[in-house]
Design a binder for this molecule. Sequence first.
Ligand code: SF4
Length: 176
Amino acid sequence: MSKARVATMWLDGCSGCHMSFLDMDDRLLELAGKMDIVYSPIVDMKEFPEQVDITLVEGAVGNEEDLHKLRIARERSRLLVSLGDCAVTANVPSMRNFFGPQKVLDRAYVENATLRPGPPKKDLPVLFPGSRPLHELVTIDVFVPGCPPSADVIYFVLNELLEGRCPNLSDKSRFG
Ligand code: SF4
């Protein structure tokens, strides 16, 4: 039997959901018998590949670059998983939505800067007015809440999806 092609993506999040993914520890070796990780911050693949079976996305969408990546993941993935509260509700990134992009940039690059205050001259993505959860922008197949979801929950979700089942998280999250 061929292995499933699995990707993970990191948008507007703190990487804590990916840390939780890695916290599966030796269970990752077990999962490696059923899946290959074809794109992720933890592997050295620069382009999101075609024909991905399952993609787990951490983080909200805060700028055009996030949205572009998310749309590519949606187009090329059979199942798209919203991983963690930032992806599901916009959570922490949405705290900036009350202030607007300019105040956020001033806070980060001017008020808190001790050397050369001011935003970088290049490679700074233009912020959307607010950070948004994934499902407002693309169709999501599975929602996995938690900040972060535990390694046990991620393991459960992956196993269920790899076995062709829709994971029932009703007794595994605070929203159950
Ligand atoms: Fe970090 Fe929590 Fe957001 Fe995951 S859900 S990216 S752990 S803040």
